[in-house]
Design a protein around this ligand. Structure first.
Ligand code: 2BA
Length: 109
């Protein structure tokens, strides 16, 4: 058995959950925050049999888009603020960051 842990953008999370439930997968969504942008994203946990991993990866790929986002760099603390010119920088976010983990046991008590 595997645990698929997918970090997705908030905008894609609802559509992804709909598609997973429609395909009969059970999923849990946790609210999370990206370490770099410090913006809300969603972490979705999906427990599946080994042979279902590829299908779930396909659903994630279908529902999660890559987007560009502008980030304003924070001025350095050591330099005078008025000597620092900060230009917004474009970063590409998503579609999804996915980890596939081995699961020893799943227990329902
Ligand atoms: P954030 O950490 O907020 O990162 C958002 C996007 O900013 C990243 O998109 C990446 O394109 C860019 N980025 C991140 N760190 C950067 C840096 N030091 N310099 C320049 N650009 C940087 P994604 O790669 O698609 O990641 C989306 C979200 O997935 C991340 O949000 C984070 O919450 C999570 N994530 C990504 N890689 C991870 C990892 N190895 N472990 C745990 N979480 C991860």
């Amino acid at each position: 058995m595997k645990l698929i842990l997918a970090i997705v953008q908030d905008k894609d999370a609802g559509r992804l959950l709909d598609a997973l439930v429609e395909a009969n997968y059970q999923a849990t969504m946790l609210a999370s925050t990206g370490g770099f942008l410090r913006e809300g994203n969603a972490t979705i946990l999906i427990g599946v049999e080994d042979q279902q991993v590829e299908e779930v990866l396909g659903i994630i790929q279908e529902r999660c888009r890559t987007r560009e986002q502008l980030v304003s760099p924070i001025p350095p603390v050591v330099e005078p603020v008025d000597s620092h010119i900060s230009y917004p920088v474009k970063v590409q976010v998503g579609g999804a960051i996915v980890f596939v983990l081995n699961v020893d046991r799943m227990i329902r008590v």
